[in-house]
Write a protein that binds this ligand. Sequence first.
Ligand SMILES: C[S@@+](CC[C@H](N)C(=O)[O-])C[C@H]1O[C@@H](n2cnc3c(N)ncnc32)[C@H](O)[C@@H]1O
Length: 277
Amino acid sequence: MSTTVFNQLYLDYESEENQSYYGQIGEKLLQYIRKYKDNFEEILDICCGTGIVSQKLREQYGQANIVGLDISQNMLSIAEAKRLENVSFYQYDVNKIETYEQKVDLIICNYGIQWLNLRTIGSIGDTLRKGGIFACTLPGYTIGNVKVEQGASSFIGNMIFKAIIDVSKSKKEYLSLRYPKKIISTWSDCIEASQVIDMAKQNGLELLENKVEKFTIEFKDVKNLVCSILARGTFGNTFADVKETFLYDLIERLEELQCKYQNCCEENISQYLVFQK
Ligand SMILES: C[S@@+](CC[C@H](N)C(=O)[O-])C[C@H]1O[C@@H](n2cnc3c(N)ncnc32)[C@H](O)[C@@H]1O
């Protein structure tokens, strides 16, 4: 099963659930942006992934030139295949944004900012024209110590971290494995919203909007949920060397939770930030 899981990662990023997951977050962010400005000429979609948000930008800002940047060629190949008019995609490490020469009037980053260096947030303002907008979303729950909400609403998706830890502790053979540690340290290293706000303000950006919103998303089954979660951002890399049996056990553990809670939903809690230069 794990081979299927791994082979599906990039394709699954475009699955209905994932499209809807990132699409809904991106859509809400676009609504917040529209409150402040509704006309852009040059747009940069950083950490654009498979172009879910680039496509929405294309539909909304008919005249704009749009550039999508992402470090993963696999993600970009899916974006390129969409053949969006006047949208160019480039493989690019956004942590080197200070080398990006073109100034733009909108920089958008949907669920990618948490993977960047804090220093990079400082350089984002330099790529914006005066009056330009920088808007981003990132996980709204605490990720520093991997604190997840649980119980109250019976959402098993939020318990995946706990399931990973449970599974890794459950069998002797996993105790020596490094992925639970790797997963947790990857998430502990993530930038949090408060850091983004401080850094952006220090670099002359004004905070216009700061909202936390929730929505739920229903998955067909646990395997689907696991595929979706693995396909997201650095989870793909984090799980790249995970043993097949670990994945079986993880799916089994999540299926137990699914039975207990009678659903296979994930609660998304996101933070939406909009700044202006
Ligand atoms: C969770 S995905 C979000 C993709 C897209 N914005 C969307 O809404 O579907 C995070 C993306 O950030 C990209 N990423 C992570 N670190 C990056 C970096 N240093 N430079 C460029 N892209 C990066 C990953 O390759 C991945 O495609």
